[in-house]
Design a protein. Sequence first.
Length: 446
Amino acid sequence: MSIFDTTMRFVENVVAPFAGKVSAQKHVIAVKDGFVATMPFLIVGSLLLVLAFPPSDSGFFFEGWHALINTIGQDNIMAPFQVSMGIFAIYASFGIGFSLAESYKLRPMNTGMLSMFAFILAAAPMVSVDIGGVLPGAFLGGAGAFTAILCGLLVPEMQRLLIKYNIRIKMPEAVPPKISASFDLLIPIVFISIIIVAINTLLAQQDLQIPSAIMQLFTPLVMASDSYFAALLAVMLIQLLWFSGIHGGSVVGGIIAPMLLVNLGLNQEALAAGEALPKIFVNPLVDFFVFVGGAGGTFGLVLLMMRSKATQLKTIGKMSLVPGMFNINEPVIFGTPIVMNPIYFIPWVVAPFINTTIVWMAFKTGFVSKIIALPPWTMPAPIGAVISTNSITAAIVVLACLTVSVIVFYPFLKVHEKQLLAEEMAQAEKAAPTKAKEEQLNAIRN
């Protein structure tokens, strides 16, 4: 049995079924939906952070940039960042609770609000000062991501149990449903308050609170997530799942998203504090560097297809060019097809492997500044890479990855092209006698 057959048997019989079950699991879907809902806030906040911190002080352009910041005021530019990326865990807790409540057919709005209440109480209990209460913001951003997940998942589960055992305040039938539903939150609020306050009180004896204790537990996982092997494993899993017809980015991204957002938050905190950026593995590393043109880095393949002699490949290349510029590559994945096509298995795996290595070395050596922003994944790769790193050298690395994809895919495309040209020639020869007969009949009629 060949290596290809062994690999595909493993993917089909082990990886794909497991990935399918994971991606369909209610709690995984809730976490993914919750973080997806925060994306507009993360994108806007990240872009404002790039605006507030120019990459250079010299040069006419950057001097003008600094002058603009001084005119507007850096604090004014950072204000939307603080209430978007700076507190995204609040939004995530609401979104996760809302999504899980929908799957359990609970009242999603009430459950989302209750999840948000639990998170704020756990992560940012109000501090009393002379001018009024203040919410500490240390764990409202990336550092509070895991706490937001736990609150968003546990609160709907607790509500479900209370309803199951009919532990609720019953209102008269004459009371409108919306008012009655609001009273259903009273007992959960009391339970949550007692549990969270009690836990925080105990943790305070160790100079901890719930988010800091959770971060300590997850520190090894976060540290492991920011490694070359973690990035390579994520990329390889995405590739194998896509090759078997499963949306690899959705499955793998839904699992690792919290850790990557923590990494992004740590970079942004370090930037604001004027410290060295600590993390490399953040979403744009894959979206704009490794996968130029979409999963597999297929934009290089699209460019090759546009010059192909085979009609099918040339047509697919033209159709895939514009979507590929915006990292949408379903037309080339399913139109070629790449899915379950032995011809393309080796380049499909090898090109991203090489690109991941190149990109990691570029970040590790400081050739490209580390990622501080989260542009939309549909942004053209060179632009998205430059914005996410605030570094013009990022575009050079993107072009290097594109070149690698072209080189790796080229010989395999030529094999496929040769097969298609043979098929086209056979079809043309088969159609030739019929066409000659039609021409003779037309001549007789005329």
